[in-house]
Each structure stands twice: as C-alpha cells, then as structure tokens.
Design a protein around this ligand. Structure first.
Ligand SMILES: *Cc1c(COP(=O)(O)O)cnc(C)c1O
Length: 373
C-alpha cells in the first residue's frame, strides 16, 4: 500500500529558498559582471561561514572533491595515507589523484568511523597522514586520532563532507586535525548546488590553499605550484548566502524526522539505529543496520521500499576497497576489514530531509517495522 496520490521519495531532497529571493542576488552579479575569482559574494560567504561554523579560516571550492585533492597538496602529503574504506569513493580518489597510496583501516562497529585502535598497526615509514571521515556527520574520536598523529608526526585531514555544523565537546568538530574538508553538494545538509570548502587554522595555510585553488598563482606573473581550478563561482556563493539563512530551520526539521524514526524503530527486532549525540549532530543521514534476525535481508528491505517508490540508499556499499582501482591493495583484503564489510552488507540509509512529512516518515516506518506486511 502506498500513500494516496503517492510520489517517489528519495533518500534526500535539497532544501531550496523561494526563487524570488534569489533574483536580487542575480541582479547584483549582472550589474557587477564579476562572475568568479574571489568576488564579493565569495568573500561574504567565507565570512558568513566562519561565523556560522565557528572556524578561524575557510576557503571555498567548486566542489568537495577538488577541496580534498587540494587539501592534500596544501600539506604536501606523499607516500601512504591511512583512511577508511567505509565512505564515499571521493575520499580515496583524492589520494590517487595525488599519487598517494591509500591504506585502508577497519572501522569501529559503534560509530562506523575509522577505528583508532587499528591505526597504529597500519603505520609504516611511508605514512605521512591520516584521512578519517566523520561518517554520517557522527564525530570521529578526534582526541585519540590526534594523539596517534602527534606520536608519529603525521598530519590529519578530515573528510568532513557530512559534518556541516556538527559540534564536539569543545566547539566545531571542523577545528580538529590540520584541515577539514566540507562538501556543499546538492545532497548535503547545506548546499550551494555544487560546492565545498577547506577549514584551516592559520592565515598562512589559508593563503596557500587560495593559491592552489587558482592554478598556483600568487600574483599576475608568479605561479608557485601546479594548482588546479577549484574556485567557487559568484552564483554558487550568492546562493550559499541565501541558503545559510534557512539552515537552522532545515536542521530542526531534520532533527524531528530523526526523532520520529528513532522513537518508532528502536526495539524493532533486527533493526538497529546508530546513536546520535543530541544537540551536536546535523541529522544528515538516517542509517539503520538490518541484522540477521530481521525477517528480510538488507537487500530484500531495500527492494521492498523501492517497490513502494521509496528510494533508500545502501551508503556505503560497496566498500571503496572493493572498487577495481583499490581491491588489489594488501590493505583492501577482506580479512583486513571485517567490520566495514559487515556494515556495508547491513546498512540502509532511510530518507531524511527537511520537507519530508510526518505521514511520509510514518509510511516508511510502517514498511520497515512490519516487514512482511
Ligand atoms: C559528498 C562527499 C564527497 C565529495 O564531495 P563533492 O562535493 O560531491 O565533490 C567526499 N567525501 C564524502 C564522504 C562525501 O559524502
């Protein structure tokens, strides 16, 4: 059974401001004819995000992947980098784009983030950095990761693509590690259609990043590195400024959806929800793990939802380490990654976005909680 007049429900749907509110921004761009290259909206959005996120420096990018690639360049990372197989493929791809060898380390079964207990065993003389992911916006064990990095002289670059607005015990989670990389892709909690950013802690690093995202230009005639074109355009930056006005409301609505799912699904046999830390999360995703005592297989549930026009996603399946460009690596061996493998076989992310109605959430809950209905 589907809702009356039912439509397709995807895992996410971007929040958009009323179109007429965007027109004045476009008029300003048309008047100034400054379309890109650190124009006024770009500068305003950097300032607004510094304030909103509580970070000292931020450099905007055309997307999160270019920001990851540039973050590695900015810190001159080479050799081997320890990372998680349980993420979106861009995490590891950013290493290959820099000629760096990813070394996959298994995840913690409670958080599905890189397991700090397993990092040290993967360190070799070639290791230069750790690239953890705040998966689903749930914070990594930043203190323990930093301690290991300090002991071995390693850099830490967080793939914080999911972690917009997430706080730890001491303020923004984005202030941990050497750099944190955000994505403002359409599917993320805060979007600029496409976009991304690097958060850094000092002005000198920010300047180096700004050079690297503009071909390595330092001034009109000086190029200091083989930088890329990673700049965010004025249209995306202007849109980001408008989006930022609605982000708190969007987060509250996500939180209500999370709470409704959690209330109804906690205690359903064979379903487990990942715990969130109330007040510090961004409710970017709603992953559930489908266990062996659930009447359907994970894929069975996925297909059942799909038959009802509900397009949940198996994030993150397959594991990055199973894609052809990674699977021959010793660290990609299945025996090295049992927790990640089990999670990839059990996880489904249910739809969560600000415009998802209570009736839609209840429909999804009904299909999950009464699997044989
Ligand atoms: C979305 C995402 C990226 C890539 O960001 P884009 O802006 O789409 O390039 C990188 N890592 C993770 C974990 C992501 O979810």
């Amino acid at each position: 059974m589907t809702l009356q007049g039912s439509h397709k429900i995807y895992v996410t749907q971007p929040a958009l401001p009323p179109l007429d509110e965007f027109i004045p921004y476009l008029q300003q761009i048309w008047a100034s004819r400054q379309l890109t290259n650190s124009g006024p909206f770009h500068q305003q959005l950097e300032q607004a995000l510094r304030d909103y996120l509580g970070v000292p420096h931020i450099a905007l990018f055309a997307n999160g992947t270019l920001a990851l690639v540039t973050a590695l360049q900015a810190l001159r990372i080479t050799g081997e980098v320890i990372t998680t197989p349980y993420s979106f493929v861009a995490t590891a791809h950013s290493l290959l784009w820099n000629g760096i060898k990813p070394v996959f380390v298994d995840i913690d079964p409670d958080t599905l983030n890189l397991d700090p207990n397993r990092i040290e065993a993967a360190i070799t003389p070639h290791t230069t950095a750790i690239m953890p992911v705040h998966c689903y916006g749930h914070p990594c064990d930043v203190e323990r990761i930093q301690k290991i990095a300090d002991n071995y002289g390693l850099k830490v670059i967080y793939d914080a693509a999911h972690a917009f607005g997430v706080h730890g015990r001491d303020g923004s989670i984005l202030n941990h590690g050497d750099l944190s990389v955000l994505s403002f892709h359409a599917t993320k909690v805060f979007n600029t259609f496409e976009g991304g950013a690097i958060v850094c802690q000092d002005a000198k690093t920010k300047q180096r990043i700004d050079h690297l995202k503009n071909f390595g230009f330092v001034d009109e005639v000086t190029v200091v590195a083989p930088g890329i074109n990673g700049k965010m355009s004025e249209i995306n930056a202007a849109f980001g400024l408008l989006q930022l006005q609605g982000v708190d409301t969007a987060l509250q609505k996500r939180r209500a959806v999370d709470a409704r799912y959690r209330r109804a699904l906690t205690g359903v046999r064979g379903v487990s929800c990942l715990p969130v830390r109330e007040g510090r999360a961004n409710y970017a995703y709603f992953p559930i793990l489908v266990g062996e005592d659930f009447p359907l297989s994970r894929d069975g549930l996925y297909e059942k939802l799909r038959d009802h026009d509900i397009f949940a996603r198996r994030y993150f399946y397959p594991l990055i380490s199973d894609f052809p460009m990674y699977r021959g690596m010793p660290s990609a061996a299945p025996a090295n990654l049992p927790v990640a493998r089990a999670a990839a076989e059990q996880v489904i992310c249910l739809p969560i976005y600000p415009a998802l109605t209570e009736a839609e959430v209840d429909l999804i809950i009904g299909l999950v909680a009464e699997p044989l209905r």
